[in-house]
Design a protein around this ligand. Structure first.
Ligand code: GCV
Length: 688
């Protein structure tokens, strides 16, 4: 048995109906010889085709002269057959990563062509073709043309090097063993395959918290090591081997770095971004890295946030800080991704990021991207979108989403993030007047979409098998945010659990209903959030309910609940543009699902349908638990339809999820009752 799961790259035998057509076109293959990416393509075909087709394909060393049909993979320059059957111009016009798949007739034979202007595009095109074969789609009239919507589609690994832990990772310890580099583990390549198959083109190694591991590791010997040390010369040399694994799959490596690296790694006594020695240190470090890793993408920086050092330590601002490092990367085409996740003096944390960054619009260097979390707080089950989206037109921006389920049930609950992401993407910012959805931003050069990763050493990679869907969906929306949710989800289910229609429908339904269920039992809905235990004593914090720990986030008092973020409160609503600000400012117009994020209201305030706030909170908490039970029952109905190992594991997780949901419901409803004194109309709370 495999040490770990193949996720959606399973490759099982295609049923008879499709087999002939697939064999006719794919049992002979020619993959152009040259770039490392093309050897990865050949390897993938060697893995996949024998499993899918039940025959070993023949790989030609030169353009085939066979009388059979064949699969041709290369750029038009690589092969006359491709140039003549597809045309050079149409391929050259595609963006980096774009590709074409075509069924063509060549010398009277049925052939398939995968072509692209860049080697990376050939990798994506090959994975697309294998997805079609794996899900038994027809290929006889294939004419697919794809281009990525966003230039950058990055994974942020919050893996803490040397400790082998993953901050907010629920799939076990880190897969990356930095101590053993340059020795490589097979898992690295499988991870690169998974990422490339969904179009990811950059990976940022190292936790953004690069100093002071919060928790001692199991092996105290490692406590001396911290993530900033990855910039030390001997570690950078070892890093080259890891970088080469990802390079074969068109994935550029990046590193999270510590702002004070000139002092920590170098021997300077300041990290002041305006100091000439500091600038020279960053320049020399960048030169050293690019000498070793020529396709290095750049640095990610978390500065002046949660104990990480930053420009404020020297009385400078974020522009000074980001630009100083960016200048060092600029000659190498490298980029700084500078996080906007900052705290400050505001009582309402929501206000901070906009207040800090918006006035700096236009001042960042051309190779700086400001990376912004989807909402103003911190990856809560539901948040309004960040006010910075659309507010910095002169700055390259990146949208940061969380793939890992920090606040949505961690490695236990089935909570699918795609519906949340689609809600975010569809939100109209009014940045350029009506019709300026979030997905229309981040499309410029140097911009893109970033996901905080979720994988670890567990067999499932992600703690629970259903959470693999979040990683898959992230890659797909970062490629095309307008792809219908059903398409993305069904693709994942078919590749992961097979094409039986009942299985596909059931798992798709479970995933799509799971997010709202989580919101209901973990918050009561209506825009409440951050009601969880926040202690730092173990990794599972943010998992259990504890609404009295941080009352500032939900604003519960004996009179009412919610936070006033209107002009009479913190003023956050006013950071949105025109009509959006007006909508959130008004109790009547504010969408119900965000009402208590923007308004502090009496417990007995009546909602549109006449239900009181407190009654709606009770109802939602109970409905969330019912929904969790329903999801569990639906999964149970698949007993015998899914292999025992995965079926049982997920079934056990669902039992745990239902128990957790009941716990959340009981703690929250008791808390609401304690403050409101209003019993539940249905006698479930406060009627003893
Ligand atoms: C990497 C939240 C998380 C932290 C995380 C931080 C961030 O506070 O709980 O684990 O730290 O966000 O995004 O930097």
């Amino acid at each position: 048995m495999n040490q770990y799961d193949s996720c959606w790259l399973r490759y099982e035998r295609v049923p008879k109906g499709r087999l002939d057509s697939y064999r006719r076109r794919c049992l002979h293959a020619y993959v152009a010889e040259k770039a490392p990416e093309l050897s990865a393509v050949r390897d993938e075909l060697r893995r996949a085709l024998p499993e899918l087709l039940g025959r070993d394909p023949h790989f030609w060393q030169h353009p085939p002269t066979t009388t059979d049909g064949f699969l041709a993979i290369g750029t038009p320059d690589d092969m006359a057959m491709i140039a003549e059957s597809v045309g050079t111009d149409v391929v050259d016009d595609l963006a980096d990563g774009g590709y074409l798949l075509r069924s063509v007739t060549w010398n009277g034979q049925d052939c398939l062509v995968v072509t692209a202007p860049t080697d990376r595009g050939l990798v994506y095109g090959t994975f697309h073709l294998l997805r079609l074969l794996n899900t038994h789609e027809p290929v006889d009239d294939l004419d697919v043309c794809e281009e990525p919507t966003y230039e950058n589609r990055l994974l942020n690994q919050w893996d803490t090097p040397f400790h082998r832990s993953v901050e907010r990772g629920y799939g076990g310890e880190s897969i990356f063993d930095w101590e053993r580099l340059p020795d490589l583990r097979p898992r690295y390549e499988d991870y690169a395959r998974l990422l490339a198959s969904i179009g990811i083109n950059g990976i940022v190694f190292n936790n953004v918290n690069t100093t002071k591991p919060e928790r001692a590791s199991a092996n105290a010997a490692f406590d001396a090591f911290e993530g900033w040390q990855l910039l030390e010369s001997h570690r950078l040399e070892a890093f080259t081997s890891l970088a080469s694994v990802f390079r074969r799959y068109g994935i550029r490596p990046y590193l999270s770095v510590n702002f004070a690296a000139p002092m920590l790694v170098g021997d300077l006594d300041t990290a002041d971004p305006l100091d000439e020695d500091v600038r020279a240190w960053w320049r020399a470090k960048a030169d050293e890295i690019y000498e070793l890793v020529p396709d290095f993408g750049g640095f990610l920086v978390k500065a002046d946030s949660e104990g990480q050092p930053g420009p404020y330590d020297y009385g400078r601002d974020h522009v000074d800080g980001a630009n100083a490092i960016a200048r060092a990367l600029e000659p190498h085409d490298g980029r700084v991704w500078w996080r906007a996740f900052v705290y400050g003096t505001h009582e309402d944390r929501a206000v901070q990021a906009y207040d800090t960054f918006q006035p700096l619009d236009g001042d960042f260097a051309d190779n700086v991207t400001v990376q912004i979390k989807n909402g103003p707080i911190d990856f809560q089950p539901r948040e309004p979108v960040s006010t910075l989206f659309g507010a910095m037109p002169e700055t390259d921006l990146g949208l940061e989403l969380q793939i890992t389920q920090e606040y949505t049930g961690q490695g236990v609950h089935a909570t699918y993030h795609l519906p949340m992401w689609n809600e975010i993407f569809a939100f109209d910012t009014h940045a350029d007047g009506p019709g300026s959805p979030v997905h229309s931003l981040f499309r410029g050069d140097g911009e893109g979409i970033v996901g905080v990763g979720s994988v670890g050493e567990d067999h499932s990679w992600t703690g629970t098998y259903l959470a693999q869907a979040n990683l898959y969906a992230f890659g797909r929306v970062a490629w095309d945010p307008e792809m219908p949710a059903e398409t993305v989800t069904e693709e994942w289910v078919r590749q992961t659990f097979g094409t039986d229609e009942n299985v596909v429908d059931t798992v798709t339904r479970i995933l799509h209903d799971s997010w709202e269920a989580c919101i209901d039992y973990e918050t009561g809905g209506l825009g409440l959030m951050h009601m969880m235990h926040n202690g730092e004593e173990h990794l599972e914090n943010h998992f259990y309910p504890s609404p009295d720990e941080w009352p500032g986030y939900h604003g519960a008092t004996d009179e009412g609940i919610g936070v006033n973020r209107t002009s009479t409160g913190s003023g956050y609503a006013g950071q949105y543009r025109g009509p959006v600000a007006g909508r959130y400012e008004s109790v009547e117009d504010c969408p119900e699902e965000l009402l208590l994020f923007f308004h502090h209201l009496p417990w007995t305030h009546e909602l549109e349908d006449g239900t009181t706030v407190v009654q709606r909170l009770y109802d939602n908490c109970f409905a969330g638990v019912e929904q969790a039970r329903q999801l569990r029952d639906e999964w149970q109905s698949l007993d015998g339809e899914i292999d025992e190992r995965r079926f049982r594991h997920v079934a056990e997780r669902f039992d745990e999820q239902v128990a957790q949901a009941e716990r959340w419901r009981d703690v929250l409803t008791d808390y609401f009752y304690e403050h409101s004194g209003v019993p539940d109309e249905q006698g479930r709370v406060g009627n003893d």
